[in-house]
Every structure is written in structure tokens, then in C-alpha cells.
Write a protein that binds this ligand. Sequence first.
Ligand code: 5AD
Ligand code: SF4
Length: 435
Amino acid sequence: MNVYDGQKMADLLKPHGYSITESAEDADVAILNTCHIREKAEHKVFSDLGRLQVVKKDRLSAEINRDMLIAVGGCVGQAEGAEITRQAPYVDMVFGPQSYHRLPEMLAQLEHKVKGKRRKIVNTDFPVESKFDFLPTPDETPVSAFLSIQEGCDKFCHFCVVPYTRGAEYSRPALKIIQEAKHLVSIGAKEITLLGQNVNGYHGEGINGREWSLGRLLYDLAEIDGLKRIRYTTSHPLDMHDELYDAHRDIKQLMPFLHLPVQSGSDKILNAMNRKHNVDEYLKIIEKLRTARKDIAFSSDFIVGYPSETDLDHKDTIALIEKVGFAQAYSFKYSPRPGTPASALLTQIPEDVKAQRLAEVQYSLNTLQLAFNESMVGQTMEVLFDRQGKFPKQIIGKTEYMQSVTLDGDCSLFGNLLKVRINNGHGNSLSGEYI
Ligand code: 5AD
Ligand code: SF4
């Protein structure tokens, strides 16, 4: 979603004469679009800011003698607000993920000097208007485009900052989404990934005036001519619904790959996390999806070392990983986040235990991922090529399961679904030959 937001910020500023620079040194405005999900991401913001401060100084002392405005957007901006300008006084502007549609206006305000000094802007409002109504229609798109359909979260998992930084759940009206999807396809998108923090909890106004589920919406999106692939992320197990299982059964453009975070394989920890479902319920969802679409594969998120997690709980997580046989997954050490209930618990797990458990979870996940990738060898897969490889005349694309495939070729092949015979399966990618 941050990638989507970043593209939208660029789209918003384009009519005001701004364009993207290749390096920070060339920028009159530097915008950090930040993530607050774990402490590591937040630390990165402050080290990036330190680097930008040096660039700002260098620009002022160099021949060009031009200032660089520094802005912090995204969830760290939302969570920290004016504290950022106190810790980093060279920051000119702070804003959150729900107010970036006002960027042109905020930048114009910054240009006005007050008594020779720039006024600072801190905008962490959750405005009454929806930012989506103010985002411009893009004139360019990647082959594989993002489309935000839902934002925010009302679930309040005890470890997570998202409900505080992105705000309450909001679903865009279906008509707006379908119009945006059609436009993206008309300017070259072949694949669309629908985005939302709880994307399968989508409940926007339908074209018939009734509330639509994500499943319902997918049926209409599948009617768009030229849209070859549809994905959605990220989902919550509680929000799986019958129309969505049906969509997986009926819609061939809906890719057979689903990211469905489970976080832990222990009922005790799931309960402590306030996930509102248990392991058995998760497994039943997986079964239903496999019944709907037998070639579906799964990805997930795992948190290790959540407060009070025992060795036994951890073993239950490994057991769940093996039982489902995830094709891929992300795993993290639990990171206490200010203001969340879990951060105040006295049963925090020592760092070295978290590190050991993370290594074990990752070993298990990597082994499964390699086996999944190796199981593709000898198969012919459809690959959507969309980016340049490391070397000239090398291109990279994605299979239905989001595996990267590298091939000799050039950018004239971008946007095509090509049949590739897979010769090798590696840890993170596949290689093969174009048929
Ligand atoms: N510590 C570690 N991981 C976290 N996530 C969210 N909050 C935290 C936290 N405090 C992970 C979850 C979520 C993913 C986006 O980030 O696994 O699904
Ligand atoms: Fe965070 Fe997802 Fe839980 Fe919402 S459902 S609180 S976004 S982990």
C-alpha cells in the first residue's frame, strides 16, 4: 500500500511541476513515505532522515545553493506527528496516510516564509473527506498495477499499530473501483492487485446501491476486457465469505495464490493476540479454498516470540506451517509497538529466544518454498513479464504463484503472458525457457 500511496503522491504533484528525481541530491523536495509496523522500520526513518539532512546542508553550501524541503509521510508521520520535528528540526513537514491528497496545498503553504523562517506543517488529521475522491487519474501504469479498494482496520490485534495509524475501516464504492480498474487496463495494466489492510472485509456500496462483498466485486472486475490477472491482499481469516470462495471457484483470472496471515499456530497465542479465530478454523478455511480451487497455494505472515509464547506454542507454529505447506511466507520477531496492548505485557520474550525461533520458522518456510519451487520443474507455466533483469537483454516476470522467472528477452515482451518451461526451481525464483 505504501508503494500505491507513493505513486499517488507523485501523480498528485505532477500537475504542479514536480517530477521524480533519480537521486536525493537533485531533489527540491524529499518525501519519506514511512512504515510504522515494526521498530526496525521506524529506526530506518530516522537514519534516512540523518542522511537527508546532510544532503540538505550540502545543497545549501554547494554552488546550486538551493534548499531541499524534507517531508515525512506515512504511518510514522501519523504516529509521531510533531515529535518528528522536535527530534529532527530540519524536517519541514509531517503528514499521515489519510491526508496526503492535500500535498500540493501543503507544499504551497511551505513555500511561504514567515518572518524569514519556514513555517512547519504537521497534518495528521483523519479528514472527513475521503482522499480517494481527490486522487488524480494516472496517465501511466505498470503492467502489474495496484488498486486500493479498502483501507484501515477495526480488528485491533493486540500487537498491531495499523488501526491507529491508518484509521477505521473504509471501503470505496464499487463503481469508483471498477472505473479505476478499467482505466488502468486501458493504459496498459494486465494485472491488478486489489489492496486493503483487510481487503477481504471489503463492504463497499455496490453498483446496485446494495453493499457488496469482495467476492461480489471480483465478479464485476473479471468482466473487464484485457484484465488478465487479479489478486487481492491482505486478508484476514475472519473475513473469508461464501461469495469469495465462489469467486475462487469461478473466476479464472483470479490467481490461485492467496496471502492469508495466520500469525501463530498456537490457539493460546492466537487468543492472546486477539485474532478472534483458532487454528482449526484457519485450517477449515484452507480446506474450503482448496475445494474451490484445487491448484491454489498459500502464503502467510508469522510473528514469533509474542509475549508469553512457550517452546510448545512455537512448536505448534512449526506444525501448522508444515501441515498447510505454505508456498511462501513472511516471518517476523515480535516487535513491541508503543500504544498497543501487547507492548505493556510483562511476559516479553528475550531477544535471543526470538532470534532462535525466527531461524527455526524460517528454516521450515524456506524448505517448503524450495520444495514448492522445485515441484514446478518440467511444467509449462504462464509468466507475465514486466521488468528488466540485472543484465541487458534479461527480463523478469511472475508466475501465477508470484514466483519470479528470469529469461533472456527484451522489454518488447512486457505485458505478455508467455509460456515458459521451467527447468530449475531455486529458493526464491525459477528459471526456464520461453516456448
Ligand atoms: N511485531 C512483529 N510483526 C508485526 N506485524 C504487525 N505488527 C507487528 C509487530 N508488532 C506483522 C504481522 C502482519 C504483518 C503485516 O506485519 O505479521 O501480518
Ligand atoms: Fe493489524 Fe491486520 Fe490485525 Fe488489523 S487485522 S490489527 S491490520 S494485523
